[in-house]
Ligand binder design. Structure first.
Ligand code: ADP
Length: 160
């Protein structure tokens, strides 16, 4: 294939769980595009620009990783950049149902696009962006769960 793998998500904000998947994808494929979903209906804590900048800082050490944003269908974005590969992370069983549904719908619309899944690292299996926001808001420690720049940005958002 020799192509770029697309790692999509809302990344509000990026966590070490996301980063682990991106790092592993970057070792397996010639290039990785982290695709940040602009989804205003989700009312994100961080603006699209802030999310993109936080990811760019977190993946600076990965030379074959780019960060782009998209809206609309993921398969349209994937096709537009000339890729046919989506890479996603899977956490606990709860992820499975929705990911299965999304992968099958994408397959129906774009049979040439393959979605592959990587199991999360043990220590990140219960980690999500929403958990991190919940913890930090009430004074909990998120070190080790998010890149340092994200921790600083969260503290600033919540005035901590
Ligand atoms: P969230 O589900 O935390 O809101 P996203 O919508 O940004 O995150 O998720 C994008 C992708 O990253 C999904 O495939 C999701 O399963 C994966 N992902 C999220 N958190 C983790 C984690 N801790 N470990 C592995 N993959 C993860």
């Amino acid at each position: 294939m020799g192509l770029k793998a697309v790692c999509p998500g809302s990344f509000d904000p990026i966590t070490n769980g996301h980063l682990d998947i991106v790092e592993r994808a970057a070792q397996l494929f010639p290039g990785v595009v982290v695709a940040v979903l602009e989804n205003p209906s989700k009312r994100p804590l961080f603006s699209l620009e802030e999310r993109v900048n936080l990811i760019r800082a977190a993946v600076k050490h990965l030379k074959n990783v780019e960060v782009e944003c998209f809206s609309g269908l993921l398969i349209d974005f994937t096709r537009r950049i000339g890729s046919n590969l989506i890479v996603k992370g899977l956490r606990a069983i709860s992820d499975f149902e929705i990911e299965f549904q999304m992968a099958l719908n994408n397959k129906r619309m774009a049979p040439e696009v393959e979605t592959i899944f990587m199991m999360t690292k043990n220590e990140y299996s219960f980690l999500s962006s929403s958990m991190v926001k919940e913890i930090i808001q009430f004074g909990g420690d998120v070190r080790g769960l998010v890149p340092p720049g994200v921790e600083a940005a969260l503290k600033q958002k919540y005035g901590l």
